[in-house]
Design a protein around this ligand. Structure first.
Ligand code: IPM
Ligand code: MN
Length: 369
């Protein structure tokens, strides 16, 4: 089956960071391996132009695609946050396609360790660290789980997790280990406080045991320490509840050196619920309004998202590795974008860095097309 990908650059730097990866998608499409549509408007910029963050033609194009390649959602000049909250586009797409699981890949430039690391040299080298979490349910409940307050009474957010939701996530973490993408699972919870975490701990433990996959339980605060202290090897899947994973993935990216070193996949691991769409692939960072138009931001997260997209579908899975390899080599060889360059070192802009990645990726891709 030929997979169809809809490109949604979104707000701010979105269009800048997806440009390089889209060139690779165009080459793959020209070889007849995928179909590519777009760019489709989405987010605050779409709201400014069309009065809605999720215009009908965009939704129709996404329904008609297997996956969305997304740039960023954020603020847009002339659109007030009171009129439109940028996260509505992402949350709306997650709900529309039941994208209930988030898989995040965090790479380390050079694959190495930060100073002070307790990770032995070479351990997990070149592999991304994976954070796997629920995106719907748990702290990411529907509107009905939220009670707003006008300031006089309490506000409430209910956290509800079902055994099925936890089982699905734990099985997926085991799959990642079986596929050789990691060699162990570390499950982070707050079982010393929360009922949902105690259920989490019991089910994740049972699933891992029945699958014969090594799993260590840890408290989420301890996990934050270990990530910040660089004690977690990159051969690990961090398996955790949605809100914990939201924070831990940013923490891991911070430790790696930049928020741009994290790619994000929101997926429905089951049957599509509307049209064919089963995934939203994006860099984890936002629209970076301060940097929009400067051409300086690091497009690495968009490359990681592209690799994750290609790897998600059997038909294109082999095309993911050339992208990650090209990215890793470019991060290792430099020159780097401003966020990663050492003080006083030469820096490059988005386009030049993307050109370097593509120059490394294209010959490898072409051998497989
Ligand atoms: C992310 C974002 C979202 C999340 C927000 C926009 C709801 O922080 O994708 O990490 O919490 O999942
Ligand atoms: Mn986040």
């Amino acid at each position: 089956m030929k997979r169809r990908i809809a490109v949604l650059p979104g707000d701010g730097v979105g269009a800048e960071v997806v440009a390089g990866p889209v060139e690779l998608l165009e080459v793959i499409a020209a070889a007849g391996r995928i179909e590519l549509t777009g760019p489709w408007p989405v987010g605050a910029s779409a709201f400014g132009a069309l009065g809605t963050g999720l215009p009908e033609p965009t939704l129709a194009a996404c329904d008609d695609s297997d996956a969305m390649f997304f740039g960023a959602a954020g603020e847009h000049p002339g659109v007030s946050l009171d009129a439109y909250r940028p996260e509505h586009s992402i949350i709306g797409l997650r709900q529309r396609y039941d994208l209930r699981v988030s898989i995040r890949n965090i790479v380390r430039p050079g694959g190495g360790r930060a100073s002070g690391s307790r990770v032995r040299a070479g351990e997990g080298r070149g592999r991304p660290l994976i954070v796997l979490r629920n995106l719907l349910g748990g702290a990411y409940g529907a509107a009905s789980t939220r009670t707003e307050s006008d300031g006089s009474g309490p506000a409430c957010d209910e956290v509800i997790l079902t055994p099925d939701q936890i089982t699905e996530l734990a099985e997926m973490a085991c799959d990642l280990v079986e596929q050789g993408l990691a060699s162990q699972i570390v499950s982070a919870d707050k079982a010393n406080l929360m009922a949902t975490s105690r259920l989490w701990r019991s089910i994740t433990g049972q699933v891992a045991e029945s699958r014969g996959v090594p799993l260590r339980h840890t408290y989420v605060d301890r996990m934050a320490f270990e990530l910040a202290h660089d004690d977690v090897t990159a051969d690990t899947v961090v398996l955790t509840e949605g809100i914990f994973g939201d924070m831990l993935s940013d923490l891991a990216a911070g430790r790696a050196g930049s928020i741009a070193l994290c790619g994000s996949a929101s997926v429905n691991p089951g049957r599509p619920v509307r049209g064919n769409c089963v995934g939203l692939f994006e860099p984890v960072h936002g629209s970076a309004p301060r940097h929009t138009g400067t051409g300086k931001v690091n497009p690495s997260g968009a490359y990681l998202a592209l690799a994750a997209l290609l790897e998600w579908f059997e038909e294109t899975a082999e095309l993911g590795r050339p992208v990650t390899e090209a990215l890793s080599e470019s991060l290792q060889a430099g020159p780097l974008t401003y966020d990663l360059a050492a003080q006083g070192a030469e820096t490059v802009g988005t386009e030049s860095f993307a050109a370097a990645v593509n120059a490394r990726a294209l010959p490898r891709l072409k051998r497989l097309l």
